[in-house]
Structure formats: C-alpha cells, structure tokens
Write a protein that binds this ligand. Structure first.
Ligand SMILES: [Zn+2]
Length: 253
C-alpha cells in the first residue's frame, strides 16, 4: 500500500540524503528550514508539529526556492491550518485500566490471574496475566505479545475471507506475516508474501479490509496503474473512503 495512505506529513516528493541544512525565514509568516542535497527536485514538507521543511538540490538558488514556496504558499498555509486543528496523536500508556485501540475500538487493559477474564463495564478488554504492581515496560511486553497474536489472527482471517471473495479472479497463492512498519500499511512481494503493518490492527475493520484487498490486488497487478485500481474498485468499491478514514484516524490511534 502506498505511502500516501499513511501520510502524516504533507509531502510533495520525498528523497533523502542530507548534505546541508540551514534555517531560513521567508514569506512573511512562514518559517522554514532548508535542506540541500543531491536530490533532483524541490520538495516542501509540512510536518504535524507545524514546521515546514524545504528539500532542494544543491544547485538551486535561494531565489528559486522562494519562488517555489511562493507558488505553493496556499497549499502550505492550508496544510498548517489542517495540522493545527487535528487532535493530538494518541500516546500509549501501559497500565491496568488504560485503553488501547484494536479493531477501531478502545480496549481496556485488565489484570487476570489464571481465571477467565470478565469486565464489569461494557468495553472490550485486553486480558493480561499478573500485571498488578508490575513496571510499565513489563506490561508493554505482555501487551505486545497479546497484540501481535491477535493482529496476526485478524489479518490471516481477513486475508482468507477476501481471497474467497476474489476466487473468480484466480489469485496466485499468498501468505501473511506482520511487522512493525514506519511508512506502509502493507506490502506484497512477487512471490505472494503479504506483510501487514502490525499497527493496522488498531483501525476499524473497513480500513483493514481496504488494505487487505489492496495487497491481494497486487497479486494480479504489481504496479499502481489503471488496471490495479480497476481491480480495487471491482472488489472493494468503497476503498477511497476507507483510505481517507485511515489517514484521518492515524492521528488518534
Ligand atoms: Zn500497493
């Protein structure tokens, strides 16, 4: 799945390779930092902390950078405005009673000691054994084990379900793994190895399904071309709405 779906930054283009960096003020109210490198194009990045970074080739003059910024000024201001209105990113706390998202719902961490977990309030729970009085780092380890197990079961289930729905398309074989990823929700190799970002399990089922179908469509078409999106629209007509929701919610989970 493309980076676009998990963009937390507004990016015109992304290339890395820092060679020089300096801080510059410009355009009346917009302050930005300039990073010069071997890249070929100019890119403006508006970050969630409402700072602006311009990445440019070394040969480009400051005047050219400023003309480009001038040209994109309304986009930069709109992006800054958008970030200023967004809620704070959810910060994970690993403690009994704290909530963590799974399948789009806040689940409460509950301590259990061998017996079947129960909950006196109507909220789904994450039952972890013997966490009372334990350091948050230890609880986080237990939580991670729980989460990875549940996430793998969930993705495998959705993968199998959607393969069935797509049986008429005669998909090549595929299998599922999970991994923490920084810039993608999922990936698919030419050999059919589909990897999902572990964090995706936090999101509502409709978002997860959009990613699952996306990766399965790569078994039929490897590139993000017209044919690929025709498969997407055929199998999961609502994919655009779900992608957008995934982008928006990534700020809260
Ligand atoms: Zn893709």
């Amino acid at each position: 799945m493309p980076l676009g779906l998990m963009i937390k930054y507004g990016i015109f283009a992304v290339f890395w390779c820092y060679l020089a960096c300096c801080r510059v003020s410009l355009l009346k109210s917009i302050e930005y930092s300039l990073v010069l490198s071997k890249r070929k194009t100019i890119a403006i990045i508006v970050k969630p902390d409402q700072t602006v970074e311009v990445r440019a080739p070394k040969r480009v003059s400051k005047k050219e950078v400023e003309s480009f910024l001038q040209l994109k000024q309304s986009w930069v201001l709109a992006k800054l405005q958008e970030f200023s209105l967004r809620p704070e990113t959810h910060k994970s706390i690993y403690r009994e009673g704290e909530s963590h998202y799974f399948l789009g719902e806040a689940h409460r961490i509950v301590d259990v000691k061998g017996e079947n977990p129960s909950s006196d309030i109507e909220q789904p729970i994450i039952a972890l054994r013997s966490i009372r009085g334990v350091a948050p780092e230890q609880i986080e380890k237990k939580f991670d084990r729980w989460y990875r197990k549940e996430a793998l079961a969930l993705f495998t289930d959705r993968h199998d379900y959607w393969r069935e729905q797509m049986a008429h398309l005669d998909l090549p074989g595929s299998d599922v793994t999970i991994r923490k990823m920084k810039r993608r929700w999922g990936s698919c190799t030419t050999k059919g190895k589909i990897t999902f970002n572990t964090a995706l399990a936090k999101y509502p089922l409709s978002c997860i399904d959009a990613v699952v179908v996306h990766e399965l469509c790569h078994l039929l078409e490897f590139s993000h071309n017209k044919r690929f999106y025709q498969f997407m629209s055929h199998v999961y007509p609502d994919w655009k709405t779900c992608d957008k929701q995934l982008q928006t919610l990534s700020w809260q989970y």
